[in-house]
Design a protein around this ligand. Structure first.
Ligand code: NAD
Length: 300
């Protein structure tokens, strides 16, 4: 899928009804496949939460750039469908595309995922901690069990997976860990006590890994997506949320899965060797923005 032009009602590859006052939406550049920019031939990658959404797009772009990829997810049917779709789209990819069931919140499954990928290919170069869950709840009503579950998936799993991968990567003196955090890990919004706190902690975990593993050629960086029109966003974002995002994101639109994947491929590349501990928002300018006006006459 190549996304070249966005019209007013086209978001993340899906048509949706008009939103009043959502303003002009235009992605006025033609996105090249990231594979035309970076070569990941002979690199071995594991992506969690790869059955759909951002994880699927990341896996696809890593494959197009030449990497061997293990897709993993808790959703077996989605995983099989993703595997088939990629095999159908990319000729001859079968011998460097694998998939494995993994509930990342189970330590033993997480460690096994890394060890199996390493055993299969004799190396592991890239780990993308993308699997995540989100549920909204106001601070006073937040169920501690839900918070703990989100911590297990969004924070503790990347810790276990990164630890297992880094132990192998440091022996090869090479590794790229990319954690998919969120703008919600920096800015607080209503209902995101649990989700935002897990993502803020993931951002700090990234810096810790970067600090301690840099000397072994292993980098750790975090990508912070802004709103992207995936199943997660469709569940969490009401029409009102969508309208607010259009108003507050300077790009005036949602991002696409491929725009997140492009940043990940770069951070996973050899060329990004000196980027370490970087917190990289891919958010259309959301985190940079202050108050905004449609029109303001500065001379008054
Ligand atoms: N979509 C957005 O607007 C947005 C914004 C900021 C950050 N993010 C982050 O991007 C990442 C991907 O989100 P998405 O929008 O593609 O979501 P999504 O819900 O569409 O996909 C998430 C994937 O993770 C898998 N998953 C969930 N729990 C799992 C577990 N315990 N073990 C293994 N796999 C599990 C799901 O089955 C699913 O395939 C998440 O970490 C999310 O927090 C998304």
């Amino acid at each position: 899928m190549k996304i070249s032009v966005f019209d007013k009602h086209f978001c993340g590859g899906r048509h949706r009804p008009a939103i009043p006052n959502d303003g002009p939406i235009a992605l006025n550049v033609k996105l090249r496949e990231t594979s035309n920019m970076f070569c990941l031939k002979d690199r071995v990658a594991v992506v969690t939460g790869a059955a759909r959404g951002i994880g699927y797009a990341i896996s696809r772009q890593l494959l197009l750039a030449g990497a061997t990829v293990t897709l993993s997810d808790i959703d077996d049917k989605g995983l099989e469908a993703a595997h088939k779709k990629l095999c159908d789209e990319i000729p001859g990819v079968g011998d460097r595309l694998f998939y494995a069931h993994c509930d990342v919140s189970k330590d033993d499954q997480a460690v096994k995922l890394i060890e199996d990928a390493h055993a299969r290919s004799g190396r592991i170069d890239i780990l993308v901690n993308n699997a995540g869950m989100a549920q909204l709840s106001m601070f006073l009503e937040l169920d501690p069990a839900k918070f703990r579950q989100m911590m297990a998936v969004n924070l503790f799993a990347p810790f276990i997976l990164s630890q297992a991968a880094a132990r192998l990567m440091m022996k090869a003196n090479y590794g790229r860990i990319v954690n998919i955090a969120s703008i919600s890990g920096v800015r607080a919004s209503k209902g995101r006590t649990a989700y935002g706190s897990t993502k803020a902690a993931l951002i700090h975990l990234t810096k810790q890994i970067a600090m301690e593993m840099g000397r072994y050629g292993v980098t750790a960086n975090a990508v912070l997506p802004g709103p992207v029109d995936t199943d997660m966003a469709r569940t969490m974002h009401t029409a009102e949320t969508r309208k607010k995002y259009h108003e507050t994101v300077p790009a005036n639109r949602y991002g696409t899965e491929d725009e997140i994947a492009a940043a990940v491929v770069f951070l996973a590349s050899e060329e990004a060797a000196y980027l370490n501990g970087v917190i990289c928002p891919v958010d259309g300018g959301y985190l940079a923005a202050g108050i905004q006006f449609d029109d303001i006459d500065l001379k008054k």
